[in-house]
Design a protein around this ligand. Structure first.
Ligand code: EPZ
Length: 416
């Protein structure tokens, strides 16, 4: 396992180009199965999670060519409908491949993706939605076997606006012979990116970004090329790197209107923010002010920014309260932060952060993707050097992090 070595008392100063969105690239890569043709994707982040998804598509028979952030996927040779169990366990979000396999082959076999570090992450909303589309689901063997003669258009009400379930049901119904209506769907920008990609292929989908999505089934889908949207969580992450160090940062290749909930909280904490369509400039005060945060489905404050913002508030003036409403186990980085001298207590779904003047660098262990980045935020502010083990977690979701931080005058090295 490799580790990061970070010199504290840092001050972020400079500009950085934000990469393509992990959480948009993953469903769009899965959707390339649908048309049995050659699809070209640009601005795909070269990270562990997208490479994991591409490995699963290769295992199913796709030909994949990667040239930096350009990925060509030829899905004409897909010859399997069973998702590799080992690869699926490493990449639980690969469950969205099921929807694409069902649309094209009306059959899919997979194993329960299982939980991960942040929660149980069940897939009941996916399964119930598939059943409403007329898909027979056999869960009695070690695999889940899904099959149908044809996908039957339906009206489906999601119990919760699940991002993955919304994406899976969009993919499953895109080739049906009627109109499927999904209600109480996720409204995240990544859903809109998926809709735009599918419509570019010739699908007839509307409503993404609202809480009702309509999918008019079509007979076939053409080959496409598509540019993945910017990563809004990486955007928020680099803003927090600057905010916690009292620095100044300029972000390029961003989409400011999809990070408004994050910008609002950073301004409330005392940061000055200037934004144009694809550029954001943040100027941080010497010391932030405490703020309260509730994580909610989009357009609320994103759960993926929760631990990163929590770490940003450790040395703020006053007491902050952060409530996590989406996942049941997303405060795992707190004990590591407390070891640095942070004053954080967790009760139920809330964390109470009493601002301190100083925290100290020490040896830390990352336990999940965003929690690992929270440790980096704290390390930048801490006195002295911090070593963070298990940085593979962070590399699941952040492209060229070492290069980008070095470019911002940070003393940051990776070992192993
Ligand atoms: C997506 O995960 C993102 N991942 C997550 O980002 C993100 O945190 C999450 O959406 C919420 O925004 C990708 O897009 C690849 P959900 P997903 O289904 O689709 C419960 C990151 O750090 N639920 O919206 O798995 C679930 O347990 C990752 O980039 C059910 O109960 O999230 C959770 O409590 C982490 N039954 C809540 O809904 C289901 O069938 C939200 O899950 C599905 C979900």
């Amino acid at each position: 396992m490799s580790k990061y070595i970070i010199k504290g008392d840092a001050k972020i100063n400079g500009e950085v180009d934000i990469s393509g969105s992990k959480n948009s690239a993953l469903p769009i890569i899965a959707a390339c199965i649908l048309n049995g043709g050659v699809n070209t994707l640009y601005n795909v982040p070269n990270i562990r999670d997208t490479n994991g998804m591409l490995e699963i598509l290769t295992d199913l028979g796709c030909k994949v060519i990667k040239k930096k952030n350009k990925v060509i996927i030829d899905s004409s040779g897909v010859n399997k409908i069973q998702i590799n169990e080992k690869l699926m366990r490493e990449m639980r979000s690969s469950v969205i491949i099921v929807g694409a396999l069902l649309a094209r082959f009306r059959k899919a076999i997979f194993s329960y993706p299982g939980g991960c570090e942040i929660g149980a992450r069940p897939i009941d909303l996916h399964i119930n939605g598939f059943k409403k589309l007329g898909i027979n689901i056999d869960e009695n063997t070690r695999y889940i076997v899904c099959k149908c003669d044809k996908i039957i258009p339906a009206e489906i009400q999601l119990d919760f606006p699940s991002v993955g379930a919304t994406e899976n049901l969009m993919l499953a119904s895109v080739l049906s012979d009627g109109e499927t209506i999904l209600r109480n769907v996720a409204m995240e920008p990544e859903i809109e990116d998926l809709q735009n990609f599918l419509n570019r292929m010739g699908a007839k989908i509307s409503g993404a970004g609202s809480n009702i999505i309509r999918i008019k089934g079509v007979k076939n889908l053409r080959e496409v090329s598509y540019n993945i949207m910017p990563d809004r969580i990486e955007t928020g992450t680099f803003l927090c790197f600057a905010a916690t160090t009292g620095g100044k940062i300029e972000l390029n290749n961003v989409k400011d209107e999809i990070v408004l909930p994050i910008l609002a909280k950073l301004e409330e904490a005392g940061c000055k923010i200037y934004r144009e369509h694809n550029k954001i400039i943040l100027d941080a005060p010497k010391r932030l002010k405490a703020v309260n945060i509730q994580t909610l489905p989009y357009p609320g404050f994103p759960t993926d920014m929760q631990s990163i913002f929590l770490a940003t508030l450790i040395t703020a003036k006053g007491t902050s309260i952060i409530t996590e409403n989406i996942f049941e186990n997303r405060f795992k980085c707190v004990p590591e932060l407390v070891r640095m001298g942070a004053k954080i207590s967790v009760s139920g779904s809330s964390a109470i952060i009493k601002g301190v003047r100083k925290i100290n660098g020490t040896n830390l262990i990352a336990t999940d993707l965003r929690g690992g980045v929270a440790l980096i935020v704290a390390a930048l502010r801490a006195k002295g050097t911090t070593i963070i083990e298990n940085c593979e977690f962070v590399e699941r979701g952040y492209e060229k992090l070492e290069y980008k931080l070095k470019k911002l005058d940070i003393d940051f090295t990776k070992e192993g």
